[in-house]
Write a protein that binds this ligand. Structure first.
Ligand SMILES: C[S@@+](CC[C@H](N)C(=O)[O-])C[C@H]1O[C@@H](n2cnc3c(N)ncnc32)[C@H](O)[C@@H]1O
Length: 391
């Protein structure tokens, strides 16, 4: 019996179901929630609860999404793997484990973990509000990552596995277009939809920052910025994005018929471009912003890279300005709803999830100090940083 193999399959299965469960918990108070009481979805909730993956009660009310023992175990297992860097996998053993647990939603076919036919409702059910549609789109990509082979590769190499999964041409999410343009579009749509939903909550919290000059660094399709500009017509909002991403993002915006508010614009650039000494390439050196947002940017990168990015960003901050990090910090023990996202970062970007004090350390290294922290029930919290010296 191979103990490591058991751990790998535990991680793969629990991780997938935990993702579904977390997304489901977000839906409970939304119109789609009525679907959760269907027998199919009851099965997945029961699976999640009986495996200690997610803390639902049986009436489908999520208690606080908090770390449950299985997630703590997963986090520890990942650490173990990193320490000895040897993962040996015995596929027969894995198949046996999957077979034994007949209520498992997954099966192993040619080293690929697939959702069993009678669990296909995870993909197939949909509602007029489309939440299941984007869940399905996310899954079409993420399920490819969670195979023993790919997991092993990511863990041993400590980095993203796009090339291993999708081929040489695909180095990151945006290269998915070269692999399968429909798949790419469906993922972008999913990302845009899920971020737009969350943005409504965040924009409400950010009310006091209305009428300001705002820069959204790495803002992608501008899900957040569009919501912000709409709610605050007197703000000037700019999304800073990589040029090649921007070309795609604009065509996605057209395909999704996204409205372009008048007070919203894109700036093309690259936050790693070092062809100018200070500030962000593509932004006039005299430009200064009241609010600079980095939404799910720092968790994509290593500490050193984060300091580089933030260092360039801070150059464009007004003395009295504020930097806003949209992230879900881990608890001081390194746990929390983002525990599983940590694994996603390993697969997709080579980045990691951090505790609040780890984010503050990065801020400190760039001349920023803690201003405030706003915890939310959504996937991201708000961490506000400000200049050490304001005058
Ligand atoms: C995880 S997405 C975050 C999107 C958005 N901020 C949000 O909150 O959902 C990371 C974004 O960073 C952008 N990005 C990656 N490298 C970049 C670079 N070197 N310069 C500018 N943007 C970059 C990507 O194109 C992508 O849109």
């Amino acid at each position: 019996m191979n103990d490591k193999a058991k751990k790998v399959i535990d991680i793969c299965s629990l991780f997938l179901v935990s993702q579904v469960s977390t997304l489901m918990s977000e839906m409970v108070n939304k119109p789609d929630a009525k679907i959760l009481s269907s027998p199919n979805w009851k099965r997945i909730v029961n699976f999640a609860v009986s495996n200690d993956i997610c803390d639902f009660d049986r009436s489908f009310n999520p208690r606080n999404i908090r770390p449950v023992p299985k997630l703590i175990t997963i986090a520890k297992l990942i650490q173990d793997f990193f320490e000895d860097r040897i993962v040996s996998i015995d596929n027969n053993y894995i198949a046996e484990i999957i077979d034994k647990n007949c209520d498992q939603p997954f099966e192993l076919i040619d080293d690929q973990i697939s959702i069993k036919k009678d669990w296909q409702f995870v993909f197939d059910e949909h509602s007029e509000h489309g939440i299941f549609q984007w869940l399905k789109n996310f899954f079409r990509v993420s399920i490819k990552f969670y195979t023993p082979k790919n997991l092993k590769h990511a863990i041993i190499n400590g980095g993203p596995i796009w090339k291993q999964v999708f081929g040489e041409n695909v180095r990151e999410l945006f290269d998915l277009k070269k692999f399968d343009s429909d798949l790419f579009l469906s993922v972008m749509r999913a990302m845009h939809q899920s971020n737009s939903k969350e943005s409504e909550t965040l924009v409400e919290i950010l009310k006091e920052y209305a009428c300001k000059n705002i820069l959204d660094v790495g803002g992608a399709t501008g899900a957040f910025s569009r919501a912000f500009s709409k709610a605050n017509p007197s703000s000037e909002v700019s999304v800073y994005e990589k040029n090649d991403t921007l070309t795609l993002v604009k065509s996605i915006a057209r395909e999704l018929s996204l409205q372009e508010p008048e007070n919203f614009k894109y700036i093309s650039g690259d936050f790693f471009d070092s062809s100018i000494q200070d500030g962000l390439f593509g932004i006039p050196s005299e430009a200064r912003y009241d609010l600079i947002i980095l939404g799910w940017i720092l968790h994509d990168w290593s500490d050193e890279e984060c300091v580089k990015i933030l260092g360039k960003v801070v150059f464009h901050l007004k003395k009295e300005g504020v930097v806003l990090l949209l992230e879900k910090p881990l608890s001081p023990e390194g746990l929390g709803p983002a525990t599983t996202l940590d694994l996603t970062m390993l697969f997709q970007t080579g980045g990691k999830e951090r505790t609040l004090s780890e984010y503050l350390e990065i801020g400190n290294a760039c001349g920023l100090k803690f201003k405030s922290y706003h915890q939310t029930n959504s996937r991201r919290d708000l961490i506000f940083l400000e200049n050490y010296e304001k005058s």
